[in-house]
Design a protein around this ligand. Structure first.
Ligand code: SF4
Length: 340
């Protein structure tokens, strides 16, 4: 089949369950429903933020899309440059190999994701060697170019990761990710392990590279303040499900899900004269092994009604491009969190 528009990725009802084994025969007694029916699409050149608390399933979603896990159910359609589209969930690891050049991941922790025994030249050049793209002098030149493109001095290519700061190590990881000219990158909390002072530098660099190279980015983060400036759209995830998806500005100014409302209230306002009423959610995130009936958010929702405990809301489009999963989306006015 061929793609009819600029879509690069379609995720349909993706599920990733991890079985829990117990007893003498190690029978499956339950499942951790890390991702439970997630659907969204990505346009070529778009940056989509995937946001939610730790353990909500956002990293698992990214890993399942790239087939670092074998999804339990659902479809992940990747649109190739020649117009063909393939469901990556149905491909063997062998069939995935050529796609691994185009679909890459930036890892969260620049300290543990780089092999400390390899030089920067070998770390950045490794994907080029594995995929038979370059070697010898040509490899050195390409590594040098990649280092320059992420703001690193190419004369440092014989050094080891421990000789660099956290921000520089994330740049090394970025150069390694970019080495094969990917089209789609899943950036898994790429700045959360860095000092606040260098987070903005790395995000700005990522934004520049995304624009210059026309990359499509799924940017995973646990708070909205990290993604608000870089993302075109934001998807909010809670206990394995998407609860709201909208364009960034729309989501931040006009949240329609009570969970998004709480996340938005935690974002420091750009204008210091604006006072935000911070919403502190009561209770803990429920276990994905045994999520609550009805709306998964109802035990923590200050607006919950009886219907919320009984019926699971569906993610529906309430206006063009704005999808919400809440029974009361039409009647709640959540913009009152902003007080001038
Ligand atoms: Fe709250 Fe009910 Fe909406 Fe869930 S469906 S977010 S419990 S109001």
């Amino acid at each position: 089949m061929s793609s009819t528009n600029g879509t690069i990725l379609e995720v349909k009802n993706l599920k990733q369950y991890f079985p829990i084994h117990a007893g003498f025969f190690q029978r499956v007694v339950a499942n951790v429903k890390a991702v439970d029916g997630v659907s969204f699409s990505l346009q070529a050149g778009e940056v989509l933020g995937l946001v939610g608390e730790s353990g909500c399933g956002k990293t698992t979603t990214g890993r399942s899309i790239l087939r670092l896990y074998d999804p339990t159910d659902g479809e992940v359609w990747y649109h190739k440059t020649n117009g063909e589209r393939v469901d990556v969930t149905k491909l063997s690891q062998e069939e995935m190999k050529p796609l691994r050049r185009e679909m890459r991941m930036i890892f969260q922790d620049p300290f543990s994701s780089l092999n400390p025994r390899m030089t920067v030249r070998d770390l950045i050049g490794e994907p080029l060697v594995i995929h038979h793209v370059a070697r010898g002098k040509e490899l050195d030149e390409r590594v040098g170019e990649l280092m320059s493109s992420v703001g690193l001095n190419p004369s440092f290519m014989r050094r080891y990761p421990h000789e660099f700061s956290g921000g520089q190590r994330q740049r090394i990881g970025l150069a390694r990710t970019l080495s094969l000219n990917p089209r789609l990158i899943v950036a898994d909390e790429p700045v959360s392990a860095l000092d606040v002072s260098v987070q903005a530098q790395v995000i700005n660099l990522l934004q520049e590279l995304q624009r210059d190279l026309g990359l499509t980015l799924l940017f995973i983060a646990h708070d909205l303040s990290v993604v608000e400036h870089i993302c075109d759209r934001i998807a909010v995830m809670y206990v394995g499900k998407l609860v709201e998806v909208a364009e960034s500005e729309e989501l931040l100014r006009n949240p329609k899900h009570p969970y998004t409302e709480a996340l938005v209230s935690a974002v420091p306002p750009a204008d210091p004269d604006i006072q935000m009423q911070r919403i502190i959610l009561e209770g803990d995130v429920p276990s994905p092994v045994n999520p609550p009936a009805g709306c998964v958010f109802h035990p923590r929702c200050r607006y919950a009604k009886d219907i919320c405990k009984q019926e699971e809301p569906q993610l529906i489009e309430i206006k063009p491009g704005h999808h919400v999963s809440c029974h009361l989306a039409a009647e709640l006015d959540l913009t009152g969190i902003v007080e001038s």
